[in-house]
Design a protein around this ligand. Sequence first.
Ligand code: ATP
Length: 304
Amino acid sequence: MIEVRNLTKRYGGTVAVDRLSFTVRPGQVTGFLGPNGAGKSTTMRMMLGLDRPAEGRVLIDGRPYERLTEPLRRVGALLEATAVHRGRRAQDHLRWLARSNRIPETRVREVLAMVGLEGVARKRVRGFSLGMSQRLGIAAALLGDPPILLFDEPLNGLDPEGIVWIRNLLKALAAEGRTVLVSSHLMGEMALTAEHLVVIGRGRLLADTTVAEFVTAHTRSFVRVRTPEPERMRNAIAAAGITVTQVADGTLEADGTEPATIGEIAAAKGLIVHEVAMQTASLEEAFMRLTGDVVDYRAGGPQW
Ligand SMILES: Nc1ncnc2c1ncn2[C@@H]1O[C@H](COP(=O)(O)OP(=O)(O)OP(=O)(O)O)[C@@H](O)[C@H]1O
């Protein structure tokens, strides 16, 4: 478990993290979301004792990171995938990390195999692609078999196969009962991977909820009905006390109901239906709606 309590960090006049409090629980993947510059990386660095908070604190299973003995066995982290000595061989980098935390050397081979890098174990990191560096960073995070894992943008540079691999890996780690916190801007992936979300904007907490509740709370979902008899259908749905609007010729939108209810209303009135479908919004739409006011960096010029 990771407990963030009243965490604040300032860089000169910039408040990067602003009285932030939330708890990351084990057994599920928690997505850590926020627009560019929201304070995600800064928060993760403070979790790992790499940055000192101005106020507040982070507890890792009840203790500050600095007080953990053999911290790689408690928390594994992927922060900057490229933060590895470029001249080192992949396996030497991991051996060095393992030694510092009394992790047996056999584990190095294991984690290299887990991330698919066993074939390049003796290659120098300098020649690695971004995706390979990312995999090496993940191997380092897994080295101590830790119960808590932090991943900052782990999908950067990964090909589609790598993205699916990460998705399954994160879910598997959480299913084993680990605490998994992952930041990403790829909302489609987060929707598939995370169960819980912590969303921040300008350093402040905007949401701490399940993915499903987050999408429901910040978007509209409705039943779309296509029929050659829109007038009669609309009257029938409205008569059942359901709010319904006609959006185009033959297309209606009914709020706060389900396709089965609409189907039953249509059948009772003998109305023809061409389509009855639940329309739910995406995590991306919910995220954009919630964070629209706290985006610091937005492209100018024409809207693409
Ligand atoms: N070392 C630093 N010195 C000065 N300002 C910093 C430093 N690190 C971060 N900041 C500032 O703190 C704020 C939060 O940055 P941070 O990198 O934590 O955001 P983020 O949510 O991780 O962003 P992104 O999604 O773009 O990676 C930003 O305004 C950033 O400019």
